[in-house]
Ligand binder design. Sequence first.
Ligand code: AMP
Ligand code: MG
Length: 429
Amino acid sequence: MSSALPSYEEAAALVAAYAVQLAAFRPAVERVDAGRAPGRVLARPLSADRDQPPFTRSTRDGFACRALEASAHMRLNLVGATRAGGVPAGPLPPGSAWEVMTGAPVPPGADAVVMLEHVEVANAQVRLLPSRTIAEGENIVAKGAQARKGDEMLSAGTVIQSAQLALAAACGHAALEVFARPRVAILTTGDELVPVKCAPAPGQIRNSNGPMLAAMVAAAGGEPWVLPTAADNAKALDTALAQAADADFLLITGGVSAGKFDLVEPALARAGASFHFTGVRIQPGKPTVFGEMPHNANSAGSAATKARGAERPLPFFGLPGNPVSSAVTFLLFAAPVLAALAGSREPGPRFALARLAPSANRHGKPGLTRFLPAFCNFSSPAGQPPEVALVPWHGSGDIVALARSNCFLVVPDAAHSLKPGAIVRILLP
Ligand code: AMP
Ligand code: MG
């Protein structure tokens, strides 16, 4: 039976293709203050309101000059000085130099800036030290070298972080047009679950997937909508799915294995779902299901849904309830779909290479790609790749190991074992 399940690569390709299709549905656009924009997705291209840089600027404290004259070690007459914020009074006469500070405009006629440290100054004259020469263009950035007025500097779909905010500020954008965040319903299921504020009775555990997935959704650009936990019976699940059908995206945890009380798949089918896959050859996370179901017919939906039209289906994932499984399968499969719904061009998942720590030695499981909680030291000595070690764990329910990890070691299904010192892939959060 399990050989009929897609491999990790096949499932990932299917999800990626689905995400590409979703890009046809443009989310609604809203305007937010730039200060609230980090993590949001740019909905319209960001253009330059003036040349960048807006004037030919010095990148050093020093003397604007003509490179040919300076390199001939002529004594150049010091004829002016401009600091950042100032404007040079006129063009640079031949045979002269103009003192400039970092960020100051360079006078017309100058084609280089010699650094303060590289000249001798005497009697209001400047001379480049004999051991040095300077080339045209050195230590200056020409007006418009980075962008011309009206140029597109960032395209729609760019995730806004600090550097993009810096650019927006430089170009006078105090507010930005971003895509509405998709509303992501998070439905935890299980008779054993109680909310964190309740005292668990014997046999009960606290719902940890709800808060975990809410944080993962928010970090991936979605608006988490945490629904009350649904009990393991058909009626409770039908009611919960009817409510969840108002969302743009649905994440369900638990109830997707083959156990007696794993009732989520039949409930999804009753809600009109079609399935893209019902299991993947990975560990943890094998029972993951992916599909889509209809939105509520009478649903007002969120702003994002309305903009995409009523026909757009509601994608969902049924993630296995064990917390490590939920975390891994969110990163591998749900995050790329969420990124597409958010209008982002950076879908993930993100992988990196690292060197397996000396003590680590991991055997693969035939036919399964494994994603094991691991800790990667990204601050390894210069010239060394990051080093990753497995975090000891007690299986996919081990939240302690999960919280002590900062990545997952990828053990390819073909690998019989990974040897210490090997270069390995890691899945990043
Ligand atoms: P299931 O996928 O429903 O078979 O659940 C697998 C395991 O994950 C069981 O031990 C559950 O108790 C546990 N589990 C399911 N849902 C959650 C949750 N929301 N928070 C913490 N553990 C959970
Ligand atoms: Mg369960």
